[in-house]
Write a protein that binds this ligand. Structure first.
Ligand code: ADP
Ligand code: MG
Ligand code: MG
Length: 199
């Protein structure tokens, strides 16, 4: 079973990973964006870690809804409302249970990913964070390690794609040949699940 501590570890592991990879995320956002993805997420997840430490919500759902609200209020770029919605809707789907099973979490995360698709209008293959998130939720029933591998492969597979959503889509065919920054950060988020689980 996964408790509030697990979800707090997930968020702090994500914040640490985004800190380590911020320059790379911004570099990926340079040829097909506006070179701010790393700094956007660094600001957002640092605020998430600080808020969770201060407020210490005691259920999985409350941890994720607070994290999502914090991202929405601190990140100005497209990725803030999208990741914020992902976490808020996943948290809402978990309700107020003190502990949730991995299967319940997998189902809730799918609800969150669906909400990101609805908000941003992106489908798989549009070269967005969805290209890492959908394979991850598909693999999650096989465990966090499987989800991590699927998200990493999904992020790498965005390179040959043409972007159809977000800033990169303005480049048309010139977006081809670059890995999507948001799919890359989504793979960090999913990898942090395995880390929070001690894998
Ligand atoms: P901005 O483009 O506003 O500067 P960021 O650089 O922080 O925002 O985030 C860019 C990332 O957000 C993209 O690489 C992509 O993965 C993701 N993204 C942008 N628009 C969408 C969308 N409509 N649906 C899903 N993901 C999106
Ligand atoms: Mg950007
Ligand atoms: Mg921007």
């Amino acid at each position: 079973m996964l408790d509030a501590d697990f979800f707090r570890r997930w968020m702090t592991a994500t914040a640490a990973s985004v800190d380590r990879e911020a320059e790379r995320l911004t570099a990926l956002d340079s040829p097909i964006g506006d070179a701010d993805h790393g700094s956007n997420l660094q600001r957002g997840f640092r605020a998430v870690a600080a808020t969770l430490e201060k407020e210490a919500p005691d259920t999985p759902g409350a941890v994720l809804t607070l994290a999502g609200r914090t991202l929405i209020s601190t990140v100005g770029g497209a990725s803030g409302p999208l990741y914020g919605t992902l976490l808020r809707r996943t948290g809402k789907a978990l309700g107020d249970a003190g502990e949730v099973s991995e299967a319940e979490f997998a189902q809730a995360l799918r609800t969150g990913v669906d909400a990101v698709s609805t908000l941003g209008g992106a489908a798989p293959g549009d070269k967005t964070m969805i290209d890492a998130l959908v394979p991850a939720v598909d693999a999650l029933p096989d465990g966090f390690g499987a989800a991590r591998s699927a998200a990493e492969e999904g992020a790498l597979a965005t390179t040959p794609l043409q972007a159809h959503k977000g800033r990169a889509s303005y480049l048309g065919e010139r977006s081809i040949g670059h890995q999507d920054p948001g799919a890359t950060s989504a793979s960090l988020l999913i990898a942090a699940l395995a880390e929070a689980n001690g894998e």
